[in-house]
Design a protein around this ligand. Structure first.
Ligand SMILES: O=P(O)(O)OC[C@@H](O)[C@@H](O)c1c[nH]c2ccccc12
Length: 267
């Protein structure tokens, strides 16, 4: 995955989708649509009742997905169906720790990582994983053939940035600003000083910048320093808006909106 990102040259888009928002059948079609739209990789969000780092848009999307009965097993079946249908875009399970550990008994996390891999996931992104626990989790993920992608934020000290950059796999997720996710609190730019500081520690590791990105201009600005622009809330909101309400084929409208939104991110 890393080699592909570095080699491609241009900034690429990593869309975030909340799995099960609108139902898992819709998620399957959205995966196909974003792959066809040129996504570099997909963050597939596992809905959770207490998503502490998420703003209102993604909280609501998670609540809708849970209300629709979405489970991690169901999400795995969806990714399996996507792979069986020939889908190749890398998919990262974006999940808080709790759903991954909910098997209860010792070894539940390892079993879950194994089944994610079997389903066709390539990696995991766990926003509430403490850096102190990352080496253990990363080793476990690696044993199961998954990469564990770690985060840094503007408040991360140099010392912790060095550790995160060293331990991350795939890319380093650079949280663009403090606060929670959400396109409505977009910053017009993430300071170059911050991204240059991150780059000092990350070397050749690709950087993925996320939080508040919703326009092609922002994607281009991010592209001066990073390989990936991660787009969550704005895309999830656009899809939901197009796909809710009755009449006609709501999923077809949602999927079409995902395509036009992805296209709108390219200058
Ligand atoms: O929604 P935004 O502002 O576009 O930000 C990306 C984001 O959605 C995704 O990467 C994400 C969803 N939940 C998170 C929790 C923490 C960090 C990142 C995330």
């Amino acid at each position: 995955m890393t080699a592909g990102l570095r080699a491609s040259g241009a900034t690429r888009i990593a869309p975030y989708l909340t799995a099960g928002d609108g139902g898992l059948d819709r998620t399957l079609e959205l995966l196909r649509a974003v792959e066809e739209s040129g996504a570099a990789c997909v963050e597939l969000g596992v809905p959770f009742s207490d998503p502490i780092a998420d703003g209102p848009t993604l909280q609501e999307a998670a609540a809708r997905a849970l209300a629709a009965g979405t489970t991690l097993d169901g999400i795995e079946r969806t990714v399996r169906a996507f792979r069986d249908g020939g889908g190749t875009v890398p998919i990262l399970a974006f999940s808080y720790l709790n759903p991954l550990m909910s098997g209860g008994s010792a070894g539940a996390l390892g079993r879950r990582l194994a089944s994610l891999r079997q389903a066709g996931f390539d990696g995991v992104l766990i926003p509430d994983l403490p850096l102190e626990e990352a080496p253990v989790l990363s080793a476990l993920a690696e044993n199961h053939g998954l990469c564990a992608t770690l985060f840094c934020a503007p408040t991360t000290t140099d010392e912790r940035l060095a550790r995160a950059a060293e331990a991350t796999r795939g890319f380093l997720y650079v949280v663009g600003r403090t606060g929670v996710t959400g396109a409505n609190t977009a910053v017009s730019h993430t300071s170059s000083a911050y991204l240059e500081r991150v780059r000092k520690f990350s070397g050749d590791t690709p950087l993925g910048v996320g939080f508040g990105i919703r326009t092609a201009e922002q994607v281009a600005a991010v592209g001066e320093h990073a390989e990936l622009a991660i787009v969550g809330s704005a895309l999830v909101a656009a899809i939901h808006e197009a796909g809710s309400g009755g009449g006609g084929d709501a999923t077809a409208r949602a999927v079409e909106r995902a395509r036009t939104f992805m296209a709108s991110l390219v200058l």
